[in-house]
Design a protein around this ligand. Structure first.
Ligand code: GLU
Length: 284
């Protein structure tokens, strides 16, 4: 079966071998089928306007083109679709599945460090649910005083609404969704009217992605994405979470401050074929 895949880098820096591996993986997944007809798409994940820069977006185009990973147009740039994300958030709100959270990072950290604090989820301590219990009057008072808020998913209510869900991962087979591990995740941030989870889930649907390929660090996120698909009536693609490229010390490249960029490898005289090989070899 021919697949529609995507690579979805954030323009917050120059790409390194880890990004190259991920892009090659998605490109190959689209084009390896003997029947042909696969499609490889590019998405620019730039909801965080503070951290994203136009020159890094240009760098993504330059590096992928240089590697010979031609993508099908148009490029989907998340910052151009905020109204779509807001509409999806509004729908969850109308369904009574999200609530405003006024907590500061410091308040959440303090609650998390209490002796019988909340459990640890895939993204850190689970939110203790402080603002879930606020009355409408209390919310109105805070909002009128100008307090900013994020919107959180009421996880228990959401899971009760959908019942048991599953998704398919190529490496792990049938997976039972366990979004409750995350607790009440943020669906719209204080500074941005969306979140990573909401944007990618909606985008993969809109772009018609049939196989989501991405690093295994995002495996757990798929539990939340599967839940959002069920709540918002979106299609569920197949998933393939691949191992992450690590440096000689075993640390993930994405976390290393000085991982060589594709640009620097190119400037040092390496050919695209050599860099492709380095990316593939770095996984053994
Ligand atoms: N933007 C994410 C990254 O650069 C990828 C998101 C995804 O594939 O779902 O790691």
């Amino acid at each position: 079966m021919s697949q529609v895949t995507r690579t979805a880098p954030s323009p917050t820096g120059r790409l390194h071998l880890g990004h190259a591996y991920s892009a090659i993986f998605a490109f190959e997944a689209a084009h390896s089928s003997k029947s042909g007809g696969g499609r490889f798409l590019l998405r620019i994940e730039d909801i965080d306007r503070q951290r994203c820069r136009p020159e890094f977006e240009q760098g993504i185009f330059e590096d992928l083109r240089w590697l010979g990973l031609a993508w099908e147009m148009p490029v989907r740039r998340q910052s151009e679709h905020m109204a779509e994300y807001e509409a999806a958030v509004a729908r969850l709100r109308a369904d009574g599945l999200v609530y405003p959270c006024f907590c500061t990072r410091a308040e959440i950290a303090q609650a998390a460090s209490a002796p019988h604090g909340p459990p640890l989820g895939p993204d850190g301590p689970v939110y203790p649910g402080t603002c879930r219990a606020l009355s409408e009057d209390e919310r109105a008072v805070k909002t009128a005083a100008g307090a900013v808020y994020a919107l959180r998913l009421d996880m228990a209510a959401a899971v009760a609404r959908t019942g048991r869900l599953e998704w398919h991962d190529r490496a792990q087979g049938c997976v039972t969704a366990a979004p409750e591990l995350f607790g009440d995740v943020v669906i719209a941030r204080k500074d941005i009217p969306t979140s990573y989870h909401l944007s990618v889930t909606l985008d993969d649907h809109v772009q018609g992605i049939t196989l989501v390929t991405r690093g295994e660090d995002l495996f757990a996120s798929t539990h939340v994405h599967r839940l959002l698909q069920a709540l918002l009536g979106l299609t569920t693609p197949e998933y393939h979470h691949h191992p992450l490229v690590r440096g000689p010390d075993g640390e993930r490249l994405a976390k290393r401050a000085h991982a060589p960029t594709l640009q620097s490898l190119r400037e040092a005289g390496h050919s695209p074929a050599e860099v492709q090989r380095m990316a593939l070899d770095s996984l053994g």
